[in-house]
Design a protein around this ligand. Sequence first.
Ligand SMILES: Cc1ncc(COP(=O)(O)O)c(C=O)c1O
Length: 360
Amino acid sequence: MFGFFITKSYLSVVSYISYVYLRFFRQWFEFLYCTLCSFIYQFYGITLIIFGIMAHFFNYTSQSINNISLAPFGLDAFYLNVVREDLLHPFVSGNKFRKLKYNLKAAQEQNHTTLLTFGGAFSNHIAAVAAAGKELNFNTIGIIRGEELKSKIVENPTLSFAHDCGMKLYFVSREAYRQKTETEFIGDLKKQFGDFYILPEGGTNALAVQGCEEILKDISENADYICVPVGTGGTMAGLVKASEEKQHIVGFSALKGTFQSEEIEKYTSKTNFSITDAYCFGGYGKIDTDLIRFMNGFKNKTNIPLDPVYTGKMMFGIMDLLQKGYFKENSRIFAVHTGGLQGIAGMNQRLKKKKLPIIE
Ligand SMILES: Cc1ncc(COP(=O)(O)O)c(C=O)c1O
């Protein structure tokens, strides 16, 4: 009996040490070690496994920067620093990780067990929330725009990924989807699904902007220009907020219009930024063979894959602006790779149907 207690205390101490070790050293084998120890000591074990998983997820923050020569693109004297946010996490990629980080912490602190969010057929955000929910043990609900997609989950790579992660998908008409921020609509969702932590479409809110500020952590001193793709403007808002006045943040809108500056102004009074929609290729999700060829060439020459909706358009724009002499001589230019690579499979399906070249 006495021996049993000693063994139990000993194991709990081992589990705790494992957890602390993991918290600061974030290696997988340590995580497995912690899990094993935690399993042995059941009650604390489960708690520690959850803490272990949380610690591991929130520690995916090391950033790598690729300094690439632009000589292969005919820009002999130029270099570009690509901030590889796409490598932060295998499934919660790029700005999605940044946007979710503090929201997931808040959901956890408020004892929520379910995350609910919104998105379209190929949404990076839906895929990221589903993967993060699976990893952190949250139930996830995705409200998807377009009732017609209900019968197409299997053939849609984004939706089938989210479904496989355990996300419950609910399809609503485009008309109903437009009400997604209205109190009555959200009240109806609460009646249907019970309590949940709500993440807005695209994931932008104050906590998301706070997370995106951290993108600049490792690069702030060195950059003159920081380029970023823009959807809602949340990621760019974080960058502008965290930047120094002498730096300039250049946003490449993935859709027609530069209205996102209004969103950015909600979060910061700084004005050291500009947005162009000159490289949106006709609108959100629209691409042509020039862009596909450019993206394939870019990957070939640099080994860096780009996504067709955001980063491909940004990189195309950066090259064009460099050719046109937009950036001051000898300036240090950074481009934030915000991820989104999961969208390539879905885009390639559409390109194949249209008999167009695909993204390699
Ligand atoms: C890969 C990728 N890059 C950039 C963006 C644009 O981010 P934001 O909506 O914060 O402007 C998104 C959309 O969220 C995205 O999925």
